[in-house]
Design a protein around this ligand. Structure first.
Ligand code: PLP
Length: 225
């Protein structure tokens, strides 16, 4: 077994009691390593840059499910609209309207998550916890027919403080559970709660995550040029 297959197996052994989707975050990694993960059975891959994802998508098997997890600019939506499986990083109504428009041109419905700002850090993109319900019940949102909101995504503060991370994940889980009780429009079916990365995926699963985004624990540390 190659190194990546070993890492994937270790993670699967740890998470096998939790019903969840493991998204392998392959940003900055060469196609050969993604192919290695694919050969080990991995089918969900996530990237944070549209151009990089589109280049890799063209070179890899067609049954891969591509997840966009990074900040998405409106002028890049057109590029990923034909093939993206799930956009985790919707952070404004305007972006969602653009995704809806491009999805319509491709005659498809694009599944999306709303990114919620749960960390203390100022720089993270996303909606406030208190903004989500207003968005989901707003008139312009309800008219979007080519997007389907299937859940929420959040990133905890980059810290060693486990209790803080637990609080942040729990706040998102509670919002998710509350929203599921509400009467929501037809384009919203809340099923996915995307939280947890290499450093905190077990904690995230304990807090109710059912989709984890794991990069360096599978592919090794990233080296930025
Ligand atoms: C890079 C990235 C990850 C994966 O990070 P690791 O710590 O390498 O597991 C997860 N989510 C998002 C949004 C990312 O940008």
């Amino acid at each position: 077994m190659g190194n990546i297959a070993i890492q994937l197996k270790q993670i699967h052994d740890q998470i096998d009691t939790y019903p969840c989707t493991l998204v392998a975050i392959s940003k900055t990694k060469p196609v050969s390593l993604l192919q290695e993960a694919y050969n080990a059975g991995q089918r969900d891959f996530g990237e944070n840059k549209v151009q990089e994802m589109t280049e890799k998508q063209a070179l890899l098997p067609p049954d891969i499910r591509w997840h966009m997890v990074g900040h998405l600019q409106r002028n890049k939506v057109k590029q990923l609209a034909p093939y993206v499986h799930l956009i985790h990083s919707i952070d404004s109504l305007k972006l969602l309207q653009e995704v809806n428009k491009e999805a319509a041109k491709c005659q498809r419905v694009i599944h999306c998550l709303l990114q919620v700002h749960i960390a203390k850090e100022e720089t993270k993109f996303g909606f406030g916890l208190d903004e989500i319900e207003d968005l989901l019940t707003s008139v312009p949102f309800q008219s979007l027919k080519n997007v389907q909101i299937e859940g929420l995504m959040g990133m905890a503060t980059f810290t060693d403080n486990q209790e803080q991370i637990r609080r942040e994940f729990t706040s998102l889980r509670l919002l998710f559970d509350q929203l599921k009780q509400k009467q929501l429009p037809a384009n919203t079916q809340l099923t996915s709660l995307s939280m947890g990365m290499s450093g905190d995926y077990l904690l995230a699963l304990e807090c109710g995550s059912n989709m984890i985004r794991v990069g360096s624990a599978i592919f090794g540390e990233r080296h930025y040029a």
